[in-house]
Design a protein around this ligand. Sequence first.
Ligand SMILES: [Zn+2]
Length: 449
Amino acid sequence: MNTSINWKSATGETVGHLARLIQAATVNPPGNELPAILAMKEILECEGFGPEDFKIVESAPNRVNLIARLRGDGSQRPLLLSGHVDVVPVEREHWTHDPFGGEVIDGEIWGRGALDMKGFLAMYLQIFLQARRQGLPLKRDLILAAIADEEDGFTHGSRFLVDQHRELIDSEYGITEGGAFTMYLGRTRAYMIQVAEKGVCWLRMTARGKPGHGSLPHDENAVFYLAQAIERIRRAGHLPVHITPTFKSMLGAASGQIHSPLGKLAGLLGNQAVVNLLLRATKGRNKSMLMALTTNTCSPTILQAGAKTNVIPSQAEVHLDCRKLPGQSLEDVMREILAITGDRVTLEPLHTSPGAEFSTETPFYRLLERETRKLDSEGLVIPLLMPGATDASEYQRAGIKMYGFTPGLLPPEFPVISLGHGHDERLPLSFIESGLPVLWNVVNEFCAG
Ligand SMILES: [Zn+2]
């Protein structure tokens, strides 16, 4: 470990960079990432990085990605630090302070993206800058990627890079958003490192019936058929339970560290019995999270039928936001849904993403786990299966083993989960100051030699 870095002043510098990123409003859609990428470029140029050290690649007007590289001796394959610069929209009237101000107020930096994920990207950037300043002798390249379009389908960011500029991001391992910050589970502090995520299967479910005049009702109305199918999904409660390797290691790690027999017991029971046991043990709290971690899920969202009040439509449809577990296919999900709805309805895919699952048995994961433990020796370190999707699933297609790793300490009263895409998003400066040395240790240990 290099102790010559003053983490207080490194934190100050990180906050300055983060403020610039927040002020570059990159709301997606439409996702105008250019101003944030230009801010990154300026910071790198001020530090002495030249055109041979970074590239900016554009997938559409104003949809840009910046990839910078510190060269190692090539004896090992690169490590990727990847952060998206686009953010979700804001409802300004609900914010206490300017969502694009990047102001520091009472020890916290405010603004859209402070958490998701400009704050973490600014931390990665700081480590990248420090690696150069400290002249870290790298055995593998260190790649910093500031990318577009994580919040709206990956098309202009990770997917574009994997499909069209793979040489820029090709790495053995990588980190991005998704974990290792303090979560308070009752009196327990947990640090979850994302190792897997669910895939997206957005479907259209269509019911067809007999058209007619609204004044002469009949029971072959497509709206009835669709409503019945949706009601069957509601009554079923959930799709069948599947226990993934990641869920097993989540359970094993958690119960091992709190000396609970649950982990071992779970190995002996059937899938549904494991879930019932967990529901009982947690008194039904976090039921929707538990089900999301152990089943393919299905949420009806957009409904559509008919064009005129007095015409019975021949067709009615609903969009289903379905998410599949690692190891499950689109066909598996469709089969499970049709088994519940019956075949009065048909399904077709609208959009899919593969999902991802990475091993907890890699040297890099074990390093992340070790360094996280040093951050809080009494906290639990647990691998996480994420119900949502991040860039990790796209990077997986390029063979990069990605972990969600944005380490740092959060105070108990800090509502990290609700702030992510919510109002009044902000990040405590103390988080940055506690997390930077952890990231530094990881990069130092893994890349320098
Ligand atoms: Zn994000």
